[in-house]
Design a protein around this ligand. Structure first.
Ligand code: UDP
Length: 324
């Protein structure tokens, strides 16, 4: 299949492009390069454009006759969304609306959409499955939930087929070590831990040590980026046989606290990692752990990377020789 990968120069998008090509698909990347890295997609077709630019989108569909779209373009920082909500609604909601319009005009009826655990808000159970109430507590989660609603409406009205994948905490890097996670500024835990080992950044901070968890730090479900991309391949397959809008939670089903992540990074790197205890970050729930039973059953998806040390080892390989 030929896939338009919106946000294909970003962290998860670039891994997706690599997985598509490795599996015999063709990828065309649509990216405004605001946070993406062209170095991560060498030699592949890139349309530099913004989802808010309807004309650029229409042209991309006219020039490249694609079978489906994967949509990774988004602003995705919880705390930034608390201080700049309009930017989140504009980019994530209005941008996606433009994309849906352009797809409709081009007659492309299959979409894999990247959503997030943040749509659930404060968890009301230890493990979050798809029946969990969706009550986001930050504009980032709210913006993604709005799109999920748009996809359900587009399925009924226009026959759009979609699979929404709600990522918990994407982590790790391709084991080859030549693409990985690189944000500016970096806010994510695992890159910040590894950067502190390499003496980069301003020193590691642990945000919140008074949460109601075993060690007082936040618990998250870290899922390897290549396990996310394999779920997207399963989603493509699924849409061949299923109409409608479908949503799946994607995680390992296993939570790790911030301190456990730091301990794992100490084992992998052999370094002693110092950190400062800092106040809680706005908008962070204490625990977010996924049940991915539905994805396993209905998509036939099976994550390969299940251990934290294994995930961090791939991220470490990238960070040591970081190329962009
Ligand atoms: N975190 C931290 N120090 C950092 C970055 C993150 O203590 O430098 C914590 C953060 O407060 C959260 C967890 O690590 O509890 C995961 O944060 P991340 O930004 O990686 O992902 P999020 O869960 O926000 O999507």
């Amino acid at each position: 299949m030929k896939i338009l990968v919106c946000g294909g120069a970003g962290y998860i998008g670039s891994h997706m492009v690599r997985t598509l090509v490795a599996n015999g698909h063709e990828a065309v990347i649509f990216d405004n390069l605001s946070t993406g890295h062209p170095e991560s997609i060498p030699g592949l077709p890139l349309v530099q454009g913004d989802l808010l630019d309807s004309r650029a989108l229409l042209q991309a569909f006219e020039h490249h006759s694609v079978d489906a779209v994967m949509h990774f373009c988004a602003r995705s920082l919880v705390s930034e969304s608390m201080s700049e909500p309009n930017a989140y609604y504009q980019n994530n909601v209005a941008g996606t609306l433009n994309l849906l319009d352009a797809m409709r005009r081009a007659g492309v009826d299959k979409l894999v959409f990247s959503s997030t655990a943040a749509i659930f808000g404060q968890p009301q159970s230890d493990v979050i499955d798809e029946t969990h109430p969706t009550v986001p507590i930050n504009p980032y989660g709210a913006s993604k939930l709005m799109v999920e609603r748009m996809l359900a409406d587009a399925a009924s009205a226009y026959g759009l087929r979609s699979v929404t994948l709600r990522y918990f905490n994407a982590a790790g890097a391709d084991p080859d070590g030549d693409i990985g996670e690189s944000h500016q500024p970096e806010t994510h835990l695992i890159p910040n831990v590894l950067r502190s080992v390499l003496g980069r950044g301003d020193g590691l901070k642990v945000f919140g040590t008074d949460y109601p968890t075993a060690d007082g730090t936040c618990v998250r479900d870290y899922i390897h980026v290549n396990d996310l991309t394999s779920a997207h391949l399963c989603a493509l397959q699924f849409m061949r046989a299923h109409t409608g809008a479908h949503a799946f939670n994607l995680g390992n089903g296993c939570g790790f606290s911030v301190l456990e992540v730091i301990e794992s990074a100490q084992r992998v790197t052999g370094a002693r990692i110092e950190f400062e205890r800092a106040p809680r970050r706005a908008g962070d729930p204490a625990v977010l752990v996924a049940s991915s039973a539905k994805a396993r059953e209905q998509l036939g998806w099976e994550p390969v990377y299940t251990g934290m040390d294994e995930i961090i080892a791939t991220a470490w390989r990238w960070h040591r020789d970081q190329r962009y």
